[in-house]
Design a protein. Structure first.
Length: 321
């Protein structure tokens, strides 16, 4: 009967498996119930022991190494009668507190086979009509469990405990060992710590500023074929590098007055912007300004027709999108 019950409990757990995750590390709690069988006492004469029950709970912690430590509180209860007395309302109980240590062997995704043991104390009580006594004694046990995850934080387990409470005394007359075989089925809840959110992605690397120069004919603001090619190249660079803004600044040579050259430089900047827009650059990312002859590329005196000063600069700046 004991062997059949153990196999049946393991089968129930195995059929419930969904392999949600490996048995997790960290804190867990568990509840279990099952059947309990007692071995006959050697010094008490003959008993007719009935199959009893086990109920228990554990609080434990599993380390990354696979070792588990847990504290177990349990109650075992078996009815009995002396052969020939006809007594059927007698009970033999064991209320226990045990410190257990187990090792989990991974046997598949979301499953573990655990082997270990425990030591603690048990209060053995003996209740029968007209008599009642109890004794606290040292106890130890061997444990085997099979556990399977049915969700990320919930598992079912089936187990077997070989439990011994040493040399208990009742009625000041007899002493004996309480020896029990327990088949149990239970559920555990694992307190899984929430994973820290991933760090935000690093900011995109800045795009190095890139400058293009467009040159103009004397006293002109329209784009020459050569200037149109430079504008097209600047527009292509804007699209490929992920720049976010373009600054266009117009300039003139030193021929003429400042009042005349400032609007001319502004018209040159506007022509370049129009060329960029024609090449697919959004107009709202382009700023324009004119400097007249105040910032020459080649320093000259007044009234000098220097071709390199008749220009507009295109500066691509910003960060990658």
């Amino acid at each position: 009967m004991l062997r059949s019950s153990l196999f049946g409990a393991v089968a129930v757990v195995a059929l419930a498996a969904s392999a949600a995750a490996d048995t997790p590390d960290g804190t867990y709690i568990g509840l279990a119930a099952g059947a309990n069988w007692l071995e006959d006492y050697e010094s008490w004469g003959r008993f007719e022991q009935s199959v009893g029950y086990y109920v228990g709970g554990v609080v434990g912690y599993k380390f990354e190494s696979g070792i588990r430590g847990e504290f177990e509180v349990s109650l075992r209860n078996n009815g009995f009668d002396f052969v020939g007395t006809g007594s059927d309302d007698s009970d033999n109980r064991a209320f226990s507190g045990m410190f257990n240590a187990l090792y989990d062997f991974d046997v598949g995704e979301g499953m573990a086979l655990s082997l270990g043991g425990g030591i603690g104390f048990s209060r053995i009580s003996f209740e029968m009509p007209g008599f009642s006594d109890r004794d606290w004694v040292l106890a130890y046990q061997g444990i085997a469990e099979f556990e399977v995850m049915i969700d990320d934080d919930v598992s079912l387990f089936a187990g077997y405990n070989y439990f011994v409470a040493n040399n208990w005394d009742v009625f000041y007359l007899r002493s004996d060992d309480y020896v029990a075989h327990t088949a149990k089925l239970g559920v555990k809840y694992h307190f899984i710590e929430a994973e820290a959110p991933p760090p935000p992605p690093p900011p995109p690397p800045p795009v190095a500023a890139k400058t293009f120069i467009v040159f103009f004919n004397f006293d002109k603001s329209d784009l020459t074929p050569e200037a149109q090619a430079v504008v097209a190249e600047a527009a292509a660079a804007f699209k490929s590098t992920g720049s976010v803004s373009i600054a266009v600044v117009g300039h003139t040579d030193t021929v003429g007055s400042a009042a005349y050259n400032l609007p001319l430089s502004e018209r040159r900047a506007a022509s370049v912007k129009a060329g960029l827009v024609a090449n697919g650059v959004p107009g709202d990312v382009i700023s324009t300004s004119g400097k007249g002859f105040s910032e020459p590329l080649v320093p000259t005196g007044p009234g000098v027709k220097e071709p390199q000063n008749r220009r507009a600069t295109i500066d691509l700046t910003g960060s990658a999108m």
